[in-house]
Structure formats: structure tokens, C-alpha cells
Design a protein around this ligand. Structure first.
Ligand code: DC
Length: 219
């Protein structure tokens, strides 16, 4: 039987990287829920919609198709936006639209529908607490602010995404985490039954193996 695995945590803690590795090992599919908030923000920015106008953003979402492909690409209304949604302005805008309750309801419903069949590793901020409350394995992944800023910087360079320097990224991450942890609706927090993993001094292989071992009893 295929289970679902929930990975939550602050930005740039390594959630997506680990989820992808684990998917290869298990033959599961990665669902990056942050990409859905990023698509919402990107489209609102492009359409000139106020990111705090809940009615307008929700109305826009009604006519918005977001596709996450098994090979990790993100399509917004049929267009490949995999890289376009990774820019710094989109990151902050995604955190802003993610405060809106009805935006969350819309995207959470889509996520729950996608994960129905099992066999998914879903990463985000509210997966263990809201989206997949019954997930058999729940991880709360953290890393030191320094490690996270450095990772995000290296990732931007590697993927050819325009990037700020490490200090600016660290500040942006700090602001975004504060916003994500202090919002009214579904703030980022560790689910009571989640296992916390601090990845600061762990290799990708070590983190992947640690989560794999937690999943083994359910496979
Ligand atoms: O994981 P990410 O950095 O791509 O997510 C972008 C923003 O989207 C993040 O700052 C908060 C929001 N988000 C959320 O509120 N809930 C999720 N499940 C995933 C992301």
C-alpha cells in the first residue's frame, strides 16, 4: 500500500530537495504545495491584482489551472513557470497571498484531491497540521538561518535564477518565516505527531535515509 508523507518547515530548510530524493527511492510523487501559492502570487502580480484583496485573488483563482508534473515542472494556465515562480519578489508575494483564508481553502482542496490515491510526498507549511492530517509519516524539517540562506543562494546560482547576496536572502527568509509563523490561518507549526529533523549538519543522503527509516514500517 502507498502511504503519504508530509514534510513541513520554514523556507529553504531542504524540504523539496529531500522530498525529490525520497520520491526516487520510494517511487512516489513529490507535490510542492509552495509552488501553488507561488503561482497564485505570480499571476496576481502579473494581472495587477492587489495581493491583500481576498475577493479579487479568489475570483482570479477560479479561472486558474495549476499543474504540478511528476518530473517537477510547474504549469500555470498551461505555461511552464517552473523558474519564473522562484524569484525573490514571487517568494515574498506567495507568503502574502498565503495569509488569505479563502485562498488557502481553495488550494488545500486541490492538494487533498491530488493526494487521494496515496504515494505522495507533500511539502509545505500546513501539510501535517491541515492538508494531510492523517499522513502516516510527518516531518518538521528545520535548519539554521545561516545554512538556509547559503542553500537558497547556491540553488539560485545553480538554476540561473537572479539572486540577491546571502545577507539579503537571510533577511528575506527571516521576514517570510515570521509572516508564515504568525499569520492567523494555518500558521507554520510542528504537528504534535511530527518528527523534527534539523538538517543543518546533515547531508542530503543522511536526511533521506532518516525519513526512509521512519516510513519503512508502513511500506
Ligand atoms: O515552500 P515555498 O517557499 O515555495 O512557499 C512559498 C510561500 O507559500 C511560503 O512563504 C508560505 C506559503 N505556503 C503556505 O502557506 N502553505 C504551504 N503549504 C506552502 C507554502
Amino acid at each position: 500500500m502507498k502511504i503519504n508523507i508530509a514534510i513541513d518547515g520554514p523556507s529553504a530548510a531542504g524540504k523539496s530537495t529531500i522530498a525529490k530524493q525520497l520520491c526516487q527511492k520510494l517511487g512516489y510523487v513529490h507535490l510542492d504545495t509552495g509552488a501553488m501559492y507561488r503561482c497564485t502570487a505570480r499571476k496576481a502580480l502579473d494581472c495587477g491584482i492587489d495581493l491583500n484583496d481576498e475577493d479579487a485573488v479568489c475570483e482570479m483563482l477560479k479561472n486558474t489551472v495549476i499543474e504540478l508534473t511528476p518530473d517537477g515542472k510547474v504549469f500555470l494556465d498551461g505555461k511552464d513557470v517552473s523558474l519564473a515562480i522562484r524569484t525573490d519578489d514571487t517568494s515574498m508575494a506567495a507568503s502574502t497571498v498565503s495569509k488569505l483564508q479563502r485562498v488557502r481553502e481553495d488550494l488545500v482542496a486541490r492538494q487533498q484531491e491530488m493526494a487521494k490515491a496515496g504515494g505522495f510526498i507533500m511539502d509545505g507549511r500546513d501539510i501535517g497540521t491541515v492538508v494531510l492530517k492523517d499522513a502516516q509519516v510527518k516531518i518538521y524539517m528545520t535548519a539554521s538561518p545561516e545554512a538556509r540562506a547559503k542553500r537558497r543562494y547556491d540553488q539560485n546560482i545553480k538554476q540561473g535564477i537572479p539572486t540577491s547576496d546571502i545577507a539579503t536572502i537571510a533577511e528575506e527568509i527571516r521576514q517570510r518565516d515570521w509572516q508564515d509563523m504568525h499569520r492567523e490561518h494555518s500558521p507554520l507549526r510542528k504537528a504534535d505527531d511530527a518528527v523534527e529533523i534539523d538538517t543543518s549538519d546533515m547531508t542530503i543522503a543522511e536526511v533521506t535515509e532518516a525519513i526512509y527509516q521512519l516510513a519503512v514500517p508502513f511500506l
